[in-house]
Design a protein around this ligand. Structure first.
Ligand code: ZN
Length: 271
């Protein structure tokens, strides 16, 4: 049991050694800390990914399948916003980490790119291969051992907050990315407006999230792992069905304009 638990003495992003305990009202025995320097929120101690892997089962697959078009549409919106398809070289090699059922890979292949995906939920990977005819490996990034300078575009959405060691993960991403490549990363943003308003009841506070980043901690993380920031976008406010459509529309528009949404997306390049 003990070998599957990691304990941090220093902030895993900025290295500072002073934390406070947070989210105590949500979970009585909360093990969440907030770094007093970069405001990163992180589970401490945290379960190893070895145990976490078993969560990506049949139920997870059903959730991914039900939501595949919603999730893909959000990715596509950001891709359009950054004009990715027009920036990438012809026939670019693309890697997606956390491909779910593979709609993003299908979209990239349809646009004449050469896409491969990784997905640790076996059922989701099998579904994508069979139904969308895409190349999905049922492996983690660490298991793949891709060669250096392999990819023109690397994408992962709602993944990095689930990992035990985001720094090592990003170092591998940096290694396998080509010198002129683009990296697009989306994750919840605790510096957003509704995160500040709802605090413990904010929709992104779920116990599958080992890390809850904010823009400041992400900037430190990317600098540490040799990335430079090209563009930042933020979106997302009140979930569908929780308020009148008109109020949702106004609040969605406001957080997008002020870059203070529930989610933040960084477009990165290698340093
Ligand atoms: Zn910190």
């Amino acid at each position: 049991m003990s070998k599957n638990v990691n304990y941090f003495k220093n902030c895993p992003v900025c290295g500072f050694n002073e934390f406070i305990s947070v989210l105590n009202n949500k979970w009585k025995n909360s093990s969440y800390n907030k770094c007093l320097k970069c405001s990163l929120i992180f589970q401490n101690p945290q379960e190893s990914i070895i145990k976490t892997k078993s969560r990506y089962n049949e139920n997870y697959f059903k959730y991914e399948l039900e939501n595949q078009h919603n999730f893909f549409n959000l990715i596509k919106k950001t891709m359009d916003d950054f004009d990715i398809l027009n920036i990438l070289p012809e026939g670019a090699s693309v890697l997606e980490i956390g491909s779910a059922t593979g709609l993003f890979l299908k979209y990239m292949n349809e646009n004449k790119f050469d896409a491969v995906g990784l997905e640790i939920c076996r059922q989701s990977a099998d579904y994508g291969k069979k139904n969308h005819k895409v190349n999905i490996l049922n492996k983690t990034l660490e298991e793949c051992k891709f060669k250096k300078n392999s990819f023109d575009f690397i994408h992962f959405s709602h993944l990095i907050e689930h990992l035990n060691d985001p720094i090592n993960f990003l170092k591998i991403v940096n290694d396998i990315a080509k010198p002129e490549s683009l990296i697009m990363i989306t994750t919840p943003n605790s510096s957003g407006l509704f995160a500040r308003i709802f605090k413990e009841n904010w929709r992104c506070i779920v116990d599958d999230h080992l890390f809850i980043f904010n823009k400041k901690s992400l900037k430190i993380l990317f600098k540490k792992t040799n990335f430079k920031i090209s563009k930042i976008r933020s979106w997302g406010s009140i979930p569908k069905g929780k308020t009148l459509n008109i109020i949702k529309k106004i609040s969605d528009h406001f957080v997008k304009l002020t870059n203070t949404g529930d989610v933040v997306c960084f477009l990165l390049k290698k340093c």
